[in-house]
Design a protein around this ligand. Sequence first.
Ligand code: SF4
Ligand code: SF4
Length: 134
Amino acid sequence: MSAGETTPRGLAPLEGEPDPDGADCVSCGRCCHHGPNTVSLLESDEQRMGEARVRALTVLLDRPPYFRFMKNEGHRCGALDVSEPGLYPCGVYEGRPQGCRDVEAGSPCCMQARALGFLGESVLFKRSDRDDQR
Ligand code: SF4
Ligand code: SF4
């Protein structure tokens, strides 16, 4: 399978460590590929994203505690811009939820997503070598 090819759950796995400052994220996009109801929104996320985009791109669960999540488009976040083949920029980058901001390139979560081709189970979003910068 070649890089960029889709699997039932995401994209083809990627080898190697990404640029620690995120320069490879747009050509990767693996952590934006995940199952439904994965990326939750806090109230502050809703405010930053704005009403129109919250209405169009998120879903409110109909059971307590009524969490709001980014909508999925198949096996990926519905806000991911897939208009250019091989590129995966976030379509709401400036307004993206805090959970997306927390994932650092090169963190355990990122490395697992790249190895799998989609977001895995890791919740270790920060790189250990950047502990002092938190
Ligand atoms: S998996 Fe890592 S390199 Fe890929 S988009 Fe996410 S943070 Fe960036
Ligand atoms: S909101 Fe943007 S960064 Fe977050 S999962 Fe969706 S496309 Fe990726």
